[in-house]
Design a protein around this ligand. Structure first.
Ligand SMILES: [Zn+2]
Length: 75
């Protein structure tokens, strides 16, 4: 199954249909019934990019200059 976007030139409504690629495209508008439906480029169902993982900054251990040299009171 693939998701397609359609737009009716008669009434301007846009809608989505998912049907196999072998199926004939939608020709009749479900809103006004006009045969003015055209298929438009669809981005639906396509994920661009992946999940981005944000790693925390590395911890600066006290004593190695991370705290400014004893300013944290622990050194
Ligand atoms: Zn229409």
């Amino acid at each position: 199954m693939a998701l397609y976007d359609y737009k009716c030139d008669a009434c301007g409504v846009s809608f989505e249909r998912d049907h196999p690629m072998s199926a004939p495209p939608v020709k009749v508008c479900p809103e006004c019934g006009a045969e003015k439906v055209r298929k438009i480029l669809s981005t639906g169902g396509i994920q661009i990019g992946g999940s981005r993982s944000v790693s925390p900054p590395p911890a600066m251990p006290c004593g190695s200059g991370g705290c400014g040299g004893g300013m944290c009171g622990l050194g």
